[in-house]
Design a protein around this ligand. Sequence first.
Ligand code: ACO
Length: 328
Amino acid sequence: MKLKQAYIKGIGMYVPKKVLTNHDLEKMVDTSDEWITTRTGIKERHIAAKNETSSTMGAEAAKEAIKNAGLKPKDIDLIITNTITPDMPFPNTSALIANILGIKKAGVFDIEAACSGFIYGLSIAKQYIRTGEYKNILVISSEVLSRVTDWEDRNTCVLFGDAAAAAVVSESSGKSEIISIYLGGDGAYGDLLYLPGGGSLHPATEATVKNRMHYMKMKGNETFKVAVTKMSESALTILEKANIKKSDVDLLIPHQANMRIIKMVQKTLELSDDKVYINLQKYGNTSAATIPVALYEAVQEGRLKRGDNLILVAFGGGFTWASAAIRW
Ligand code: ACO
C-alpha cells in the first residue's frame, strides 16, 4: 500500500471575550503584576462566560477551521478533541461538538494528554490520513481551565486561561506535510501536576469539595525543571527524526506555559527571536489549546507561510511531552 501525506488544511480559533489582567488578580490573591510578568511572561488571560463550555468553544473554532479548509461540516470523517476540561465525563466532547455542527456520520472520541494534547491528536489524525482510511479529520483543542482553577491558590491561578482552536487534517497532494511526530510520557511524575477529585479514585463527595480536590494542583518549580529538560530533548529528537538542521527551522511554536521555559528551548535550538512564536502574554497557559492558537495567530500575522519548516514542542500533565516537524 502506498502511504499518503497528511497536512493541516485549515485552522480556526476561539477565545472568550472576558479578559482577566494581572492587575485584576492583584485584587483576588496576594500577588503582583511584577511577579507574574517576571516569573511567567503572562500579562492577561481570557475567561469563559457562564454559558460557554469546552464543546461550545471547540465548535466555534471547528466551524472556522472547516470554512478555512474550504470544506463543509458533512466532509468531516472523524473528530478528535483534546481536553482536560470536558463538558462532562460522557458523552465525549467530540460528540457534543458534532451535534452542535450538525455532523451525523463522523467518528467521535476525545483524548487526554493535557498540554501535549494537540500534537497527540495530530499524530492520530496523521495515521488515518496516511493509510487512506479517512479524508478529513478535525483535531480540536478546547479548554475551560478557569472551571478547575483554585482562585484562592496564587501558585496556580495566575497561570491559566481559557481558549479553543481546531485544525482540519487532510490528504496532501503538494509540498505541505506533517513530516514526523514524536510522543513521550512518564507517569512517575503524575503527582507534580494533577487534578485529584471527580474520577473513580476520588468521586465527588462533600469531603472532596471541602478539601478543594476538584482543582488543579501543581508543584511549579519541580514541573518547571522537567519541562525544560523534556521540551529541549523533544525539540532535538524531532529535528533528528525529520532530518532538519537547526538552521533550517523557520518557526518554532512551543507550548506557552512560561516565558523562561520557552527561552531555554529557543537557546537549545539556537534560534533568533523572529523564529519563535510567543503569545503567552495574551492568553496564559491554555493547556492543549496553546499550540493551535499560536499556530492560528502566526499564520494570520504572516509569520508562517506554506512551505516553511515548522516545529511544535509541547509538555504537560502526566507528564506527557511531544514534538512535531511540519512542512507548512
Ligand atoms: N505571586 C507572588 N508570589 C508567588 C506566586 C504569585 N502568584 N506564586 C508563587 N509565589 C511565591 C511562592 O510562594 C514562593 O515563595 P517562597 O519562596 O516564600 O516560598 C516564590 O514565589 C517562588 O515560588 P516558585 O514556585 O519556586 O517560583 P518559580 O520561579 O518556580 O515560578 C512557576 C513558579 C511560574 C509556576 C514556574 O515554576 C512554572 O512555570 N512551572 C512550570 C509550569 C508548566 O510548565 N506546567 C506544565 C504545563 S501545565 C499543564 O499541563 C496543564
